[in-house]
Ligand binder design. Structure first.
Ligand SMILES: *Cc1c(COP(=O)(O)O)cnc(C)c1O
Length: 348
């Protein structure tokens, strides 16, 4: 691997106490080109803009996918990744669905480790800090032919982030018209276009005072699937329920970790389809407890209310379960508890 280090770090110009999510990036980035049927040797270079041909295929047909993962620093200065092989597997699952050549595992992990080592000062210790890692790949071939490209660029960029805090309530709107994903589509993949397609319905919901949309199944809008870009959990009586993964639902690393942690705490977990009517009924009967979303960026995010057919359903203000699961997960991520599931990976 070629490494071209920066001359002068910009780290001293960064206000680490006031970071907007995903706006500030570290000193270095990793770039790897695919051409003539092969991934070339990756290169680490100073973070800088790209030069692209205006006909670059991604700009026209959106052939692009990404991942989102985090690195953490413990109180001894050791850096940890959380289940990174899950992100790598999902990266190539997404790539395959978008007809993008799969990326080699050794390049991914060697590149990531070297990049994190070079930018290690950007990862601050303490549970309020982490480094958000964004691997992505896009079609760079200069061509407006509507077919899979023969040239791609793989990159990893990293952003220091503070723990997610909205300061306000999370009131969500259950989708009745729009949908996020269809059967046989790309909902299970982190395909760039999935997110673009959510911006319009989400901004309509924001205008009405909601923070997010709960996506329902495209066919009937009767089943609850995901909340924004998070998986979603409902506590009904003493059971935690979440939708099963399928080709419309993103198989979240946080989702499956929360399921394992909840089971370990002795909580019953069910992965099964959940109807909107079921949670409305549970709300009416007083058996609907907490509702929360899960994802790498937020980890666990309690939801305060949901709305459906112009009616709002307030949720109990008690978020004990969400908080305890979040804490257990973060304690593992920051090396502050036993790693009983073997999820931590040291960066050396
Ligand atoms: C990334 C993502 C998630 C969460 O996945 P994690 O692996 O937990 O970060 C959930 N839903 C969607 C649509 C996503 O893009």
């Amino acid at each position: 691997m070629n490494i071209n280090e920066i001359q002068n770090s910009k780290i001293n110009y960064i206000d680490f106490d006031n970071l907007d999510f995903g706006q500030t990036f570290t000193d270095h980035m990793l770039v790897c080109h695919y051409r003539e049927g092969n991934w070339q040797i990756p290169e680490i270079s100073p973070y800088k803009p790209l030069t692209l041909d205006p006909s670059a295929s991604v700009l026209h047909y959106g052939q692009a996918i990404f991942e989102g993962m985090k690195a953490f620093k413990d109180n001894n200065g050791q850096i940890w990744l959380f289940r990174p092989e899950e992100n790598f597997k999902r990266f190539n699952l997404s790539a395959k669905r978008l007809q993008i050549p799969e990326f080699p595992e050794s390049y991914f992990f060697e590149g990531l480790n070297k990049l994190l080592y070079l930018d290690k000062e950007w990862i601050k210790p303490g549970q309020e800090n982490s480094l958000y890692i964004r691997p992505f790949v896009f079609a760079s071939q200069a061509s407006v032919q509507a077919s899979a490209a023969n040239e791609y660029i793989f990159m990893i960029i990293c952003a220091p982030v503070k723990s997610y805090y909205t300061g306000g309530e999370i009131n969500v709107l259950i989708a009745e018209k729009y949908s996020r994903a269809a059967n046989g589509g790309v909902g299970f993949a982190k395909a760039a276009g999935n997110y673009a397609a959510q911006f319009y319905p989400t901004s309509q919901a924001l205008k009405k005072g909601f923070q997010q949309i709960i996506w329902t199944d495209a066919d009937t809008h009767q089943y609850l699937e995901e909340s924004g870009t998070m998986n979603i959990f409902f506590k009904i009586k003493d059971t935690l329920v979440t939708a099963p993964t399928n080709d419309r639902i993103l198989d979240g690393v946080t989702r499956k970790s929360i399921i394992d942690l909840a089971k370990r705490k002795g909580i019953k977990v069910e992965e099964r389809p959940i109807k909107v009517e079921e949670i409305k009924l549970a709300h009416q009967e007083g058996t609907l407890g907490e509702v929360f979303g899960t994802g790498t960026a937020v980890i666990v995010l309690p939801i305060n209310s949901f709305s459906h057919q112009n009616k709002t359903y307030k949720l109990p203000s008690k978020t004990t379960l969400a908080e305890s699961l979040k804490k257990s997960l973060m304690d593992i991520q920051y090396n502050e508890s036993d790693d009983y599931f073997n999820w931590r990976k040291a960066v050396v």
